[in-house]
Design a protein around this ligand. Sequence first.
Ligand code: XBP
Ligand code: MG
Length: 248
Amino acid sequence: MIRALLVDLDGTLAETEELHREAFNRVFQERGLPLHWDQDTYARLLRITGGKERIARALEACPDCPRLDAGTVAEVHRRKTEVYQSLLWEKEVALRPGVVRVLTEAKEAGLTLALCTTTDPKGAATFLEAAGLSPFFDLVLAGDAVPRKKPYPAIFLLARELLGLQGPEGIVLEDSEPGLQAGVGAGFPVVVTPSFYTRDHNFRRATALLPHLGEPGRPAPVLQGPRQGEKVVVDRLYLEEVAAWWSV
Ligand code: XBP
Ligand code: MG
């Protein structure tokens, strides 16, 4: 029996990465840093999870950029988070299909919901508030809550420990390869719904792979996993099937 859903934020709940990208670029301009990330560059940089880490790596690879110490990089990232928070209120970010339904059903069934995200906790909190999702989550693990971000399994291992989950009592919902690796590494079945920036990632190890979670009247084709080739609406029953499939 599943007891918890461990849910990623960026790309899984909503397509937030374009707002992150805009926030990074605005702050680079504000600070006079000779960096500008177009979509192709950003797609590559998303492999480096965590905004601070991403900025630091991009600065190292930029010959015309000043050498900033870790404190200054953290300060640039703090400002980026502020800009991102304002953008979340200014621009409406639509939740992905099935998200509210799956969270609502899980909550009604008494499951524990944990947000497990690489993004900064302040940005994550503002996202949840702006999207009306705060009441769903019993636990929020974000940013530097663990020393090593995805693809390391630390964040999901921490959730496992805090919630006392055995084996597949938790299911991870993810959109990216680093997230999938982290979930698998922590011993959880992982349902992947790829997003705009992660559609070319390798999801071979996903327990279930679908373009989205589906809605009644708009089921999603199962690309991999239980009921492959059929169209499903991901619900509690399907998630139980995923957990059983993983255990075999
Ligand atoms: C995605 C990330 C984040 C965001 C930027 O995290 O890697 O770093 O791109 O956010 P996830 P910050 O999909 O695990 O939620 O700048 O706040 O790190
Ligand atoms: Mg993600």
